[in-house]
Design a protein around this ligand. Structure first.
Ligand SMILES: [Zn+2]
Length: 318
């Protein structure tokens, strides 16, 4: 009988879920809006009902061995989502317990960046690596740190928050309530904040001056940079320097074989990557210089879903 796992990726807007085999083939997948149901029980029932339809459609020759979930503030140790700022259900959500009411299999939960790191290890570019870091660059900045083949969860399950190391004392206000966190500079929103800071302090002409703050996207900045816009180019340099410096710092602590960049901003182009590579080496402690690879993620846009299902396969290998 073929083994299969369920992967669930809970995002702020949509929840994607699917049935995945051991080779990373998605046999069934679907999604629902995350925030429509007032009651968490109803939301879990909706997902479970869709998955049961999926399971019955693929026949009897499969054995479901577990459910992996990537969720904001998902805690591996407790099986709960705890105080996720961008979800409507507040406090502590007992996600693992709720899912087990529908499926009598083990449920493993972690945050989305950790799930992406496991996905990279099982299906992506980190297949033969034991020490690496995945940095997800989207609206915010997430990271999954793998040390000696294991995800770093820390004492409470929340380790690896590279997005919230302080890179600028009393710098930009962050969603976490503090100031100067890395993700306020290195993320799609951080990039836009940098553009506006530069537009305010510089007198150079720039096409970006004509785009209102709420409409400006990282893609606009990438296009302007490709056309030689000096403000856009400087924005990528500033962003690349901040990330390169943070990578040098985390490398001094964990000595990874490689750093993988994943997500919308990582796709913004070679420009950002080139600056990150340059400043990574510029700031790197000499014993680590020219050793640590900076690589694009090899996972597709289904990475979060695959990563969530990979949580189950990685537990099987232990
Ligand atoms: Zn923060």
């Amino acid at each position: 009988m073929n083994k299969i796992a369920i992967g669930i990726d809970i995002g702020g807007t949509n929840t994607a879920f699917g049935i995945v085999d051991q080779n990373g083939n998605i046999i069934f997948q679907n999604s629902i809006p995350t925030q429509e149901r007032e009651n968490i029980e109803d939301y879990i029932s909706d997902i479970s009902n869709e998955l049961k339809i999926g399971l019955s459609s693929i026949g009897d020759d499969f054995e479901l061995i577990g459910i992996g979930v990537g969720a904001p503030n998902g805690n591996y140790y407790t099986g709960c989502i705890e105080q996720a700022a961008n979800l409507r259900w507040k406090g502590r959500i007992e996600l693992s317990k709720l899912l087990k009411q529908h499926f009598k299999v083990p449920v493993i939960i972690t945050n989305d960046a950790n799930a992406a790191a496991i996905g990279e290890m099982i299906y992506g570019g980190a297949k033969n690596m034991k020490d690496f870091i995945v940095i997800t660059l989207g609206t915010g900045l997430g990271s999954g740190i793998v040390i000696n083949g294991n995800l770093l969860y820390g004492s409470d399950g929340f380790a690896g928050e590279l997005g919230h190391i302080i890179v600028e004392p009393r710098g930009r206000k962050c969603n976490c309530g503090r100031m100067g966190c890395l993700e306020t500079y290195v993320s799609a929103t951080g990039l836009v904040r940098t553009v506006y800071e530069l537009l305010a302090s510089e007198v150079k002409p720039s096409k970006l001056r004509d785009i209102p703050f709420t409409k400006l996207t990282s893609k606009d900045v990438a296009i302007a940079a490709q056309n030689g816009d000096e403000i856009a180019l400087e924005t990528f340099r500033v962003t690349g320097e901040k990330l390169g410096q943070a990578i040098a710092d985390i490398s001094a602590i964990t000595s990874p074989e490689a750093i993988f960049l994943f997500g919308g901003l990582a796709n913004a182009g070679k420009l950002l990557i080139d600056y990150v590579e340059y400043y990574k080496e510029e700031y790197m402690l000499s014993i680590f210089k020219n050793k640590i690879k900076l690589l694009p993620s090899e996972l597709s846009e289904d990475a979060a879903l695959l990563g969530a299902s990979a949580l189950i396969w990685s537990e099987q290998e232990k």
